[in-house]
Design a protein. Structure first.
Length: 220
């Protein structure tokens, strides 16, 4: 019995220690699998990060991603200029931008009011695009692609050629990377989460649908 105790004491802390082997074996298996308590928590199905792709390195973007970022910025600026152009056109009409002038313009040409509403929505679309690109760069590509699809449908309802072209180009630029995370995003978020993620685009889509319905009634 004494010999056994001395043998156990000598083996303590070495590879011959059975208890140490058990701990190291478990730790080695965890290390081989790349699993820690934090990693298991981060990859849990309910965790938001679990469906995100690796984020883009903003300081070392590839040539393709640099071009995509510039296109996002360009489309945002152009959409804001759509409102400026529409206001400029209204200011050059007979009544100008005064309350009486606008009232007279809308009375003579009801379609002008729809055009103005559609133009006023464009800065809000540009604002949403900033969030779309931010999520795209961070790896939440399902969010980005789904919002671009909804905004493309909205621009079609608004019959805004500039907006349709801009959304189509952005969707084309982001689809290759975005399609990888779209299915996983849809599976993890569910119907409720998807509606929350595209809520801003849905507001634009609803207003665009009203404008489209009004334009069809007016025969525009």
């Amino acid at each position: 019995m004494a010999k056994k105790t001395r043998a156990q004491a000598a083996a303590a802390g070495t590879k011959a220690d059975v208890r140490r082997e058990g701990r190291s074996g478990v730790q080695g298996q965890v290390a081989r699998n790349g699993e820690t308590a934090g990693a298991r928590k981060a990859n849990a199905p309910g965790d938001r990060q679990s469906w995100w792709l690796p984020a883009l390195d903003e300081e070392n973007l590839s040539g393709r991603e640099q071009l995509t970022k510039r296109i996002f910025t360009t489309v945002e600026v152009v959409l804001c200029l759509v409102l400026v152009g529409s206001v400029a056109v209204l200011s050059m009409t007979g009544g100008g931008l005064s309350a009486e002038g606008l009232q007279a313009t809308f009375a003579e040409n009801p379609a002008a009011s729809i055009t103005l509403i559609a133009a006023c929505l464009q800065p809000f679309v540009a604002y949403l695009l900033r969030f779309v690109y931010r999520h795209y760069a961070q790896g939440d590509t399902g969010y980005a692609v789904s919002n671009l699809i909804a905004l493309l449908c909205a621009e079609m309802f608004l019959q805004n050629i500039v907006g349709i072209a801009g959304m189509a180009v952005l969707l084309w630029r982001t689809w290759r990377r975005g399609s990888e995370g779209l299915g996983v995003w849809r599976a993890h978020r569910g119907i409720g989460g998807m509606l929350v993620d595209i809520s801003g685009a849905l507001v634009v889509l609803a207003l665009a649908g009203i404008c489209f319905f009004a334009s069809t009634r007016l025969g525009v």
